[in-house]
Design a protein around this ligand. Structure first.
Ligand code: ADP
Ligand code: G6P
Length: 465
C-alpha cells in the first residue's frame, strides 16, 4: 500500500486539544492508517523560518515547520484569514485584499514545497488540505514531483461570481488544476466549482464528468462530506457524565435544561445572530415553566486578526445586554465562556444538553452538529437546531433546520425543541444517528483515498499547470 502524506497548515501534534474541524478530522483519519503529517508547527520565529521538527506517535510521523513572523502575518493572518476565509464564506464585505499578503502566501506555499519535496517518495499519495495551501500541488509538480496528489477543501466553495471578485482569482484557482482529485464537502460546492471552471477558469466539464483544464489536463472534482468518529463519541458520552466538570455543570443548572453552543469565535458561526435569537426566545417564550440556560463555549480563534477582535467585543456587549435584561437573582440565562475544553468534557456537555444550537451563517460542514447528535442518550435524546446554511444540513434533514438570519425562526425552533415529545425526539435522533454511523470519519477517509488511488487516470499528471 502507498504511504500517505497529509499536508495541512494546522497540525494536531500529540497531546493537543485544539478547536477546529480539520485537525480533529485528520487526527482520526491518520490514526487508523498511519503516515506523515506535515504542516506548520504553530510557532513563529523572529527571522528565518523553515526549521523542521519531528515527532512520532503510534504510526504517525509528524513533521512541522516554523514560520517567520513576517511570513506568518502575510500568509496566515493576512491572505488566508483576511482574504480567503471571508471570500470562501460568502463575506465579500469582509475581504481585505493586499498584494503583499498575496505574495507572502505564495512565498510560504513555496517554502512548504521546498521542505516537503525531499521527504517524498515516488509512490506516496499526497493529500493536501484547505485554503491555506491551494497552490501547493502545482509548486510540488514544478519541483518534479509526479505522485498522486489530492486536495480537500474543508470550507465552502463560493459561487463563481463571488470567487471571481478576488483580484487575480485565476492565478490562484487555476493551481487547483494540478491535483488529480479536488474534494469538497457537498455536491453544491462541487457544482459551484464546476461553474467557476467553466465561466471564469477557461476549462470545461467533460462528458464523463471529469474536469478539463485549459491545457487539456484532466482531473476529478467530487463531494466527500466529512464525518466524525461516531462510535467513539457515543461510547465516551455516558462515561463523561462522571467527570467533575460535567457533574458540576449539571448540578448548577437545576431545575433548568441546557442549551449548548460550541464554536470557535468566528464571524462565520453567526454568534451575534444566535445570541439575539435566544434573546428573542426569552422575550416571547421566557415565562414557560420549563426554563432554559444557554451555555455558549467560544474559544478565541485567530485573535490577531482585526475582524475577530471586533467580534469578541461585540459578543461581550450583546451577552452583557441579554443578561442585564433577563437575568434574575438566581438565574443567568446566557453563560458565555471563551476557553477550550478537553474533548471528553465537551462530549459530556453535549450529553446533558436538551438542545444543541448550531447556527452558522455559512459553514463547510460543521462537526459540532454531528458530535452533538452522537453524544445523545438513545432513550432520551436532545434536539439539534441546525442552520440550513451549514454543509451538515444537506444530509441531516431530521434536525430542526433554521435560517440563522431569521431571529424569530431561531426563537421558534428553540421553543419547538424545548417542547418536543420524547417519541419524536427519538425518531429524529435514530435517523440522524444511522446516517452518522454509516458516514463516519473512516468512511470519509476511505472513500476519498479510494477515489484518489483508483478513480483518476494518471495520464498527463507529471506536469503542473
Ligand atoms: P470549525 O472547523 O470551523 O472550527 P467544526 O464544527 O467543523 O468548525 O469543528 C470544530 C471542532 O473543534 C469540533 O470537533 C469541536 O469539538 C472542536 N471544538 C470547538 N470548540 C472547542 C473547545 N472549546 N474545546 C475543545 N474543542 C473544541
Ligand atoms: C477551520 C478551517 C481549518 C482550521 C480551523 C481552525 O476548520 O477549515 O483549516 O484549521 O478552522 O482554525 P485555525 O486558524 O486555528 O487553524
Amino acid at each position: 500500500m502507498s504511504r500517505l502524506v497529509v499536508v495541512s497548515n494546522r497540525v494536531a501534534t500529540p497531546g493537543e486539544s485544539r478547536a477546529g474541524g480539520l485537525a480533529v478530522g485528520l487526527e482520526a483519519a491518520l490514526r487508523e492508517r498511519g503516515g506523515i503529517w506535515f504542516g506548520w508547527s504553530g510557532k513563529s520565529v523572529r527571522e528565518g523560518g523553515g526549521e523542521l521538527h519531528e515527532a512520532r506517535e503510534g504510526n504517525i510521523r509528524y513533521v512541522t515547520m516554523d514560520l517567520s513572523r513576517t511570513d506568518l502575518d502575510a500568509y496566515y493572518n493576512g491572505f488566508s484569514n483576511r482574504t480567503l476565509w471571508p471570500l470562501l464564506h460568502f463575506r465579500l464585505d469582509l475581504v481585505d485584499y493586499d498584494r503583499n499578503t498575496r505574495i507572502g502566501y505564495a512565498r510560504v506555499n513555496a517554502l512548504f514545497a521546498d521542505k516537503l519535496a525531499p521527504l517524498l517518495r515516488e509512490d506516496d499519495v499526497v493529500w493536501i488540505h484547505d485554503y491555506h495551501l491551494i497552490p501547493l500541488a502545482s509548486l510540488l509538480r514544478e519541483r518534479g514531483i509526479g505522485c498522486r496528489m489530492g486536495f480537500f477543501l474543508h470550507v465552502p466553495m463560493p459561487s463563481a461570481d463571488l470567487a471571481a471578485a478576488l483580484p487575480d482569482h485565476a492565478r490562484l484557482f487555476s493551481t487547483l488544476y494540478a491535483y488529480d482529485l479536488v474534494g469538497f464537502q457537498t455536491l453544491r460546492d462541487v457544482e459551484r466549482f464546476q461553474d467557476y471552471v467553466r465561466l471564469f477558469g477557461g476549462g470545461r466539464v467533460a462528458g464523463d464528468g471529469m474536469l478539463e483544464a485549459p491545457g487539456g489536463r484532466r482531473f476529478r472534482a467530487a463531494a466527500f462530506p466529512i464525518g466524525i468518529d461516531t462510535d467513539q463519541i457515543a461510547t465516551e458520552a455516558p462515561r463523561a457524565l462522571s467527570k467533575p466538570t460535567v457533574r458540576s455543570l449539571r448540578e448548577s443548572l437545576r431545575p433548568r435544561e441546557l442549551v449548548i453552543g460550541v464554536d470557535r469565535l468566528d464571524y462565520s458561526k453567526g454568534l451575534p445572530e444566535r445570541f439575539r435569537g435566544f434573546a428573542r426566545y426569552l422575550e416571547r417564550h421566557g415565562s414557560r415553566k420549563r426554563g432554559l440556560t444557554y451555555l455558549q463555549i467560544a474559544p478565541v480563534s485567530r485573535g490577531e486578526v482585526a475582524e475577530y477582535k471586533l467580534l469578541r467585543t461585540e459578543l461581550e456587549r450583546i451577552a452583557g445586554h441579554i443578561n442585564g435584561s433577563h437575568a434574575t437573582a438566581d438565574w443567568t440565562p446566557l453563560r458565555y465562556v471563551n476557553r477550550n475544553f478537553a474533548r471528553g468534557t465537551l462530549t459530556g456537555f453535549y450529553r446533558i444538553a436538551r438542545i444543541g444550537l448550531v447556527t452558522p451563517l455559512r459553514d463547510g460542514m460543521n462537526l459540532v452538529a454531528k458530535e452533538y447528535v452522537a453524544a445523545q442518550d438513545p432513550d432520551d435524546p436532545g434536539v439539534l437546531v441546525l442552520s440550513m446554511l451549514a454543509g451538515a444540513a444537506y444530509a441531516m434533514r431530521e434536525a430542526l433546520l433554521v435560517n440563522p438570519y431569521d431571529l424569530d425562526g431561531v426563537a421558534d425552533a428553540i421553543d419547538t425543541a424545548a417542547r418536543m415529545p420524547r417519541d419524536e425526539r427519538i425518531e429524529r435522533w435514530q435517523a440522524l444517528m444511522a446516517y452518522l454511523r454509516e458516514n463516519d470519519i473512516d468512511a470519509w477517509c476511505r472513500s476519498y483515498l479510494d477515489a484518489l488511488m483508483f478513480d483518476v487516470p494518471r495520464k498527463g499528471a507529471g506536469k503542473g499547470t
